[in-house]
Design a protein around this ligand. Sequence first.
Ligand code: AHR
Length: 542
Amino acid sequence: MFFDDRRRFLRQAANAGMAWGLTSLFGGSFLRGQTAPGSGDIARVYLDSRRIMAPLDHNLFGSFLEHLGRAIYEGIFDPGSKLSDASGFRKDVMEEVRRMGVPIIRYPGGNFVSGYNWLDGVGPKETRPRVLDKAWNSINTNQFGTNEFMAWCKAVHAEPLMGLNLGTGTPEEAAALVEYCNLDQGTKWSDLRRKHGITEPYRVKHWCLGNEMDGPWQIGHMTATEYGIKAQDAARQMRYVDPSLQLIACGSSGPFMPTYLEWDREVLEQCYEYVDGLSLHRYFTNTPQDTGGDSAKFLAMNLSMERQIDETVAVCDLVRGHKRSPKKLWLSFDEWNVWYRARSGDATNGHHQEAPHLLEEVYNLEDALLVGGLVNSLLRHADRVKVACLAQLINVIAPIMTNANGLFRQTIYYPYNWGLQYARGSVLNLLVESPTYEVSNMGQVPSVDVAGTLNPQDGKVALFILNRELSKPRVVELNWQDKTPGQVLVSTTLTGADLKAFNTFETPEKVAPQAFAKPATTNNRTRFEVPPRSYTAIQWSA
Ligand code: AHR
């Protein structure tokens, strides 16, 4: 059965990761350009509003909802629930997502999309088929489909990032979905949408051409050249329908793949001129194989995400050179998170159930700290990464968990939400001088990881500070080079004595942000001490 093939591959890959993990995944120096080893125990940060790395695309803080487990059914759509509205949408979940302001949400998969027929999910609900989703061995009743997703996105003020089936699906079916969604009227598929009661076209801008097509676990898996040709054909047909689309080709599933980077190169050789972006995926683990269960190493893993971005950018630009193309691709890091506990057995097998409990990873404090580091890494690469999706949003490897009576926030909610709330405008090119510590097979890693933004519209500055030290507080000194900050508007930290602490319905605030003393500024210098094992957000007015 296909499902077992996928599990077998992941197991083999995990074993292989043991060997690659120590060299290719983690090896090399992790002191980046703007980070230098500092002298002494103080971390010094130099901020200059004239040194801007890139304008920040808010889509860097997107998320993802797959037809998987309880993400859609029971998660956002639960018609029988006392907490749902007339459309069956959970009101408490909508309110939370609206409050967070998630800008863009990828749907409907993930592995699911590669066997999905979008026509099963539109039209009168009573005629929609119950389908066996072979990716997760679950039943999809199809009561929630494209039109329900669009209505939900509108309600939470998010833009849809639509995934297309390039596994069992054809380029013609992909173009038909674009026509269904984006054309006004007078054609077969736009008129079908109107017949389904939707007059206004959705004008969906961003589309993913397939999902993880390099993975032998993927339905319709193919070689890079085959996929590149199919993606080119799909892109051409889709643009005949709507030339304004932004299209994302499917990049490698991650550095653990034997075809990592070579897949990306071969794909782009076929479709570079037809797409705008390339996807990356990455899930971080704190396993005996990958980190030896060493939290100090785990907290440095965001640096390995940066390496993956740098290497993928290099491949994009190599193909650009081959093609003599004026166009530079951007990256869509459309799946990223920590995920390693709920990753096999019954946690990934739906046993032909509707809304089974799949991938319900429980996140602890150290996971949240790494997610903070990953937010910092994405910010530092905002020059090329224009879209990124925390995978996923509700119940499935998610910051928000629901049951019949309500919801609670997992630990990873907080750093992600701070990025959403406070990172605005442009990413600052900070110079950070930090003390370092030794990590096996990684060399010297900065203790303090800092990223920041400046909003030219209102002058607000936000800094995000990860202290990776497990037992030492660190003094941070900010040196304001060309401007004095205004008052501190936000000062909050996530920390705790127990790195393994987590939240539940019974104890939803075990790991929650704490007020952090507002730091004072004198003579263009701000000094404060961040606790060990902490992620801190501070925002200043102009
Ligand atoms: O997000 C969970 C799964 O992880 C997705 O379906 C797939 O794309 C990835 O392997």
